[in-house]
Design a protein around this ligand. Structure first.
Ligand code: GLY
Length: 570
């Protein structure tokens, strides 16, 4: 016993010495308690470790947040093939160190040959899976043009230096994680079925954690993008390969569609929550408007007093979500094709009127909620990254192929996956898409139109200074996950990592239920909610939020533990 104590105290002294002399971040990393390291010079939080490293390297080389974002976008297209992409699209919210804000819409567009009934059979019924796992499921990709636009407006380093890390990762390979191995194995049957004669992301037997994934065709595609910029994707050999793939699979995207694709700078949607300024994405994402509607709907209630995920808090949020998603189904679409009533949807009197039917006696059935009226009406698989540089410029980007691995169809010779974003249009009024979301005229299919999104890249300011950079994948749950993360920090005093890891719940009008992650609500709360008529269902992970909080000390990251998400700073 005595000798054991001596050994123990010697061990403790050695440990103390070790802790004293080894730099703090190093010790924290080694001890696995690096949840709250504060970085002063810049930070990258994204969904794959190698891509986070690429972003950090760019920051350390003197690149700004936009430079790092371009490099991360392309690195994710190599290392996170289920969502990172060049065959998809996304949205960027930007805030400069001086407080100037802007947004970039690089969402996919309907090809010129697309039409409103393209997924319906002769009886007018939606043909199952046609908008998901066929060549016709793809919108015209926007990611490469988006990165070119972002770089030419705000970038500092040379374009080629931002693309090169993706080439290196694709050509030399990288170690795959357990999650990626599982995703690849899970989808291998569909890859084989949808890609006769191709071998991308396929192998004999099962993928294992630690396998090296090499993508030579993708490396060659990135060389075209490195050397020719926009033309390296929308013209020339890669465009030829993409159009040939479409022709082989009866797809719609033509050379003209590629050449005509342009991303769009749009004025951010700006709102306020208890003095915090919320800078977020306007349509064609529904995310920004819905986020601000949710925040306004709950602002006057004492959430802090009620407590985190307690029954009153959950009930209020669910009732707000029910009404906001009902509005989304009717009023949100591509503003270049449909007049979205942004001001009306965000008017305080309108939000108050919408919430007036909420009663503490019982849940409001979704059947009794319709989209609101006002006078003067004028997957889950996506990925998000948040970046801040040493000067304080911030970038919040959410990008997607839509479903996990998009349409699961590769472009032969070019080594990248095509999106199935066309499913985000409303194939038929009232018929749900893969996320259970319904829509109508505002989000009907039209050539050249952008399909409605839920992506909600957001930047929050406090007292005129950067406060939070936040976003997440998760299809229809994106909006509610971003909302809950912001609320968890502002109302419930969680730090960034806690808020990102917090268990979430989600409700979206239809279906009329509250989906919850295991552990999100305690059993007493569940019983109280059920007694008031709420249908509580369980589901897997909700969202994978990657976020950065600016504190007095520096940048504090939140990397979602539901995936391989990684936060790196310096
Ligand atoms: N594809 C999912 C979204 O854009 O919301």
């Amino acid at each position: 016993m005595h000798s054991l104590n001596v050994k123990k105290s010697r061990y403790l002294s050695l440990l103390l010495l070790f802790l004293f002399f080894v730099p703090v971040s190093c010790v924290q990393k080694r001890l696995g308690i690096n949840n709250n390291i504060i970085y002063r010079n810049g930070m990258v939080v994204c969904a794959y470790p190698d891509a986070a490293q690429v972003g950090l390297d760019i920051l350390k080389k003197g690149g700004n947040a936009v430079d790092a974002a371009v490099a991360v976008q392309f690195a994710l297209a190599v290392t996170l093939p289920e969502a990172g992409n060049i065959g998809g699209g996304g949205f960027m919210v930007y805030r400069s160190k001086t407080g100037e804000s802007n947004t970039l819409d690089f969402r996919e567009k309907g090809p010129a040959e697309a039409n409103v009934n393209m997924y319906l059979d002769s009886a007018g019924n939606v043909i199952p899976n046609m908008s998901l796992y066929t060549h016709k499921a793809s919108g015209v990709p926007g990611s490469v043009d988006g990165m070119v636009q972002a770089h030419s407006k705000y970038g500092k380093l040379k374009w080629a230096d931002l693309v090169q890390p993706a080439i290196d990762l694709a050509r030399n390979g990288f170690k795959i994680t357990k999650h990626l191995a599982a995703d690849l194995n899970h989808t291998s049957g569909q890859f084989k079925k949808l890609n006769p004669g191709k071998t991308y992301l396929m192998k004999e037997g099962e993928w294992q954690e630690g396998d090296i994934l090499i993508q030579e065709d993708l490396a060659k595609t990135f060389e075209q993008i490195r050397d020719k910029g926009r033309d390296g994707f929308y013209n020339g050999v890669v465009a030829d390969q993409l159009v040939a793939e479409m022709k082989n699979g009866d797809g719609l995207i033509s050379k003209a569609d590629l050449q005509n694709y342009h991303s769009v700078w749009r004025k951010p949607i700006i709102g306020n929550y208890k003095g915090y300024k919320i800078i977020t994405m306007p349509p064609p994402s529904s995310g920004g408007i819905a986020l601000l509607q949710l925040l306004q709907s709950v602002e006057r209630y004492p959430l802090k007093r009620w407590g985190y995920n307690q029954d009153s808090t959950v009930r209020l949020i669910v009732e707000a979500e029910r009404r906001v998603y009902a509005d989304r189904s009717k009023y949100l679409g591509d503003p270049d094709f449909y007049k979205v009533p942004v001001d009306s949807l965000l008017r305080p009197a309108y939000i108050t009127a919408r919430m007036s039917s909420f009663s503490w006696d019982a849940a409001t059935p979704s059947t009794s909620i319709q989209p609101g009226t006002f006078i003067g009406y004028e997957s889950d698989q996506t990925t998000h990254y948040s970046i801040v540089d040493g000067d304080g410029n911030a970038v919040s980007i959410t990008t997607t192929l839509n479903d996990t691995f998009g349409s699961r169809i590769f472009v032969q010779g070019a080594g990248f996956l095509l999106n199935n974003e066309m499913d985000d249009f409303s194939s038929k009024p009232g018929i749900p898409n893969m996320y259970g979301l319904v829509g109508g005229k505002a989000n009907s299919i039209q050539p050249g139109k952008r399909m409605l999104s839920c992506m909600t890249p957001t930047i929050v300011e406090k007292n005129g200074k950067l406060f939070m950079v936040v976003g997440t994948p998760g299809g229809s749950t994106i909006i509610t996950s971003v909302f809950q993360t912001i609320i968890d920090v502002i109302e419930f005093d969680q730090n960034m990592q806690q808020a990102v890891a917090s268990k979430r719940f989600h409700s979206q009008w239809l279906p009329d239920e509250v989906a919850t992650e295991a552990g999100a609500l305690d059993s007493a709360t569940v019983i109280k909610l059920q007694s008031k008529g709420y249908k509580i269902t369980g589901r897997g992970g909700i969202g994978r939020v990657d976020a950065i909080l600016k504190t007095k000390q520096g940048y504090e990251g939140g990397a979602d533990p539901r995936g391989d998400d990684t936060k790196l700073g310096y």
